[in-house]
Ligand binder design. Structure first.
Ligand code: ATP
Ligand code: MG
Length: 262
């Protein structure tokens, strides 16, 4: 489904501030894989997603999406195959438009968004009700007025409205309060598993990393340093995971948010 072969990315190449954010990364993702990604600050997790989406071209290596070599393909040409969520709930939805207009956009419908048909309205309400956040009764509300959690749940629905080949979640619950984050995590899990989506999810929550999905990878200093699935993974505890990190990386696994306890 997704294959990265020896991908390296250096920011500010050739200057004193050059930073190798991805260092010879190879990763094979199978169709239907739900992979959680953990790693310290600056490990290269977001850069990995940037490379997949084509935010920039990599220094070397190759990227294949569903058999197609996309290494040199511009970002906008990859976008329709990729769903992506960021930490910031303000990204991914249009604040000045209503919920149904946003969904009409996500459904890929052209024409006047303000004339959402009755059939579309019914479909949108049905999909919204599955989120369990009461959004189905607010379809004409402007998205800018929603809470961060509601907005992130809506973004998730929009990103998967037409199932993408791959869904990339970059700490998409990190900016939410713990209770709302739990709700959005549950929605995510249901959505990914029920639709058998292929998904990569960056999280700083070690428990979620082990409980969700079928495989976990750990990144450090631009490299994938640990990749676990199957029985080995099912036996791992959070403690094992952090110990494994310090064994391999030679220092304790810590992120700002882990240190802050959020
Ligand atoms: N656009 C950029 N220009 C220059 N350096 C960058 C850029 N983006 C990322 N970097 C650097 O590349 C390294 C990897 O960054 P990246 O954002 O991928 O880390 P991360 O694993 O997502 O970290 P975090 O957990 O903090 O989100 C960092 O040292 C970062 O400062
Ligand atoms: Mg990041």
């Amino acid at each position: 489904m997704l294959r990265l072969e020896n991908v390296t990315k250096t920011f500010n190449i050739g200057s004193a501030s050059a930073k190798k954010a991805l260092d010879d990364v190879s990763l094979h993702v199978k169709k239907g894989d739900f992979i959680t990604i953990i790693g310290s600050n600056g490990a290269g997790k977001s850069t990995l997603f940037g490379a997949i989406c084509g935010d920039f071209f990599t220094d070397c290596g190759s990227i294949f999406l569903d058999g197609e070599d996309v290494t040199m393909l511009e970002e906008y040409k990859r976008a329709h195959n990729i769903g992506r969520l960021f930490q910031d709930p303000m990204r991914g939805t249009a604040p000045g438009m209503t919920i149904e207009e946003n969904l009409a956009l996500a459904a890929g419908r052209g024409g006047w968004l303000s004339t959402v048909t009755r059939a579309e309205k019914a479909l949108f309400r049905e999909k919204l009700s599955l989120l369990g956040m009461g959004l189905e009764d607010m379809v004409e509300q402007q998205v800018g007025l929603l809470s961060g959690g509601q907005r992130q749940a809506l973004t998730l629905l929009m990103a998967t409205f037409n199932p993408p080949k791959i869904l990339l979640l970059d700490e998409h619950t990190a900016a939410l309060d713990p209770a709302t984050a739990d709700t959005v995590i549950k929605i995510t899990n249901d959505m990914v598993t029920e639709n058998s989506l292929t998904c990569l999810m960056v999280t700083h929550n070690m428990q979620s990393a082990l409980e969700m999905g079928n495989r976990t990878i750990m990144m450090d200093r631009g490299k994938v340093i640990f990749d676990t699935s199957g029985e080995e993974r099912s036996r791992l505890t959070v403690n094992d995971l952090t110990e494994r990190f310090s064994d391999i990386a030679g220092r304790a696994l810590a992120t700002d948010r882990m240190l802050l306890g959020i």
